[in-house]
Design a protein around this ligand. Structure first.
Ligand code: KG4
Ligand code: ZN
Length: 352
């Protein structure tokens, strides 16, 4: 069973071929991030235009790298949402056309669920990827942490899960991106805040942790607290513009703010994961999304939980086609019928 996965929900144009939900045969990712960096965030129109240019070559490369021809492909999986409407449209229209032209079953994929399925890839013919030795067992607790999402879900089995909680405002990765901007660090903020934090003291400042219902998160209060802290550090009040902060803060102040913020932001999700672990006693815990690359998250989770977590390769934590293809494989293996290639529409606000 070989599935071609197509992902285009944000700035990555990605395609991949996965066999039997576990074996990665190719993984191609083209990103327009180098253009967005200049604007400090993803510009939707530029992302959509970049997808149009990249998508056919990316899919062809994924086929070539895998050694597969269209005859070898059993179905096409494509991200339906959530994501940027213009970006989603390019992937979906391409997938629909290819499914009709090559007479393949088309599977519509929820991007957030797909992130979880990066954890099911255990074998690869793609060189240089470090993968978990075994697929996670059920019941499985999944922590999904990215630039667009922060979710905690408990999976009893494939396609049988409950969403325990999610963010009420910003996603955790978004909070990293916004704090990076206040400190004058490059976008995306996760890696740049993490690098600056290594030079600072995580206990330098006490930042507040949001009090939410049991499994929900909130990051907008923390973001505002960081802004107020930075203003206070340079002796200014709350109407001082955040855009002028980077020029006034010393390197030591930036490092201490980055470290204190990172510590509390990560602790916020780790606390909830621990709470869920204690309540549901899952057989496995998986982490998904771009923030799974955070070393601080890995350190805190290993200190908080009694079981070890096998992380996907960082290349499979950020957006990719492999996770989409993997989830598509499980839909196919379960005998799901697929969707109509003549009518599939993007769902930008799709939730778990
Ligand atoms: O999953 P992803 O590529 O895109 C979404 O679907 O959102 O995640 C990107 C997010 C960005 O917000 C980025 O700042 C964050 O992941 N990120 C990190 C780290 N690496 C990437 N956040 C914290 N620490 C990191 N090391
Ligand atoms: Zn994503």
């Amino acid at each position: 069973m070989k599935i071609l996965g197509i992902e285009s929900s944000c700035d990555e144009t990605a395609a991949s071929i996965v066999e039997d939900g576990k074996r990665l045969l190719s993984n191609v990712v083209a990103s327009s991030m180098d253009i967005h960096v200049k604007y400090g965030g993803v510009v939707p129109e530029i992302a959509a235009r970049s997808h149009i240019e990249a998508i056919i070559p990316v899919i062809q490369q994924a086929l070539d790298d895998s050694g597969c021809s269209w005859d070898d492909i059993d179905g096409i999986a494509v991200t339906q949402g959530p994501g940027l409407i213009g970006s989603l449209l390019v992937g979906i229209m391409t997938a629909r056309s290819l499914a009709i032209a090559h007479d393949k079953t088309l599977y519509a994929i929820n991007h957030v669920e797909a992130h979880v399925y990066a954890n099911f890839l255990t074998e690869s013919t793609v060189p240089g990827l470090k993968l978990p030795a075994n697929q996670p067992g059920f019941p499985m607790l999944a922590l999904i942490v990215s630039g667009g999402h922060s979710q905690l879900a408990m999976f009893r089995d494939h396609f049988d899960y409950v969403l325990l909680g999610q963010t009420r405002d910003d996603a955790i990765g978004e909070a990293f991106d916004k704090v990076a901007k206040m400190l004058g660090l490059p976008y995306p903020g996760g890696p740049s805040v993490a690098a600056t934090a290594t030079k600072g003291d995580p206990d330098a400042f006490q930042l507040p942790k949001a009090r939410m219902s049991k499994y929900d998160f909130s990051f907008s209060g923390l973001k505002t607290a960081v802004l107020r802290l930075a203003q206070a550090q340079i002796g200014e009040n709350y109407d001082f513009s955040s855009t002028k902060l980077p020029g006034r803060l010393s390197e030591a102040q930036k490092a201490n703010i980055a470290a204190s913020f990172q510590h509390v932001a990560i602790e916020t999700v780790v606390d909830k994961a621990k709470l869920a672990y204690d309540e549901f006693k899952p057989a496995s815990v998986v982490v998904a999304g771009g923030v799974a690359a955070s070393q601080e998250l890995r350190r805190q989770l290993s200190a908080a939980l009694p079981l070890s977590i096998a992380y996907p390769d960082p290349l499979l934590c950020t957006d990719n086609g492999a996770m989409v293809a993997a989830l598509g494989c499980f839909q196919a293996l379960q005998g799901q019928a697929g969707t109509d290639p003549y009518s599939l529409e993007p769902r930008p606000g799709l939730s778990m």
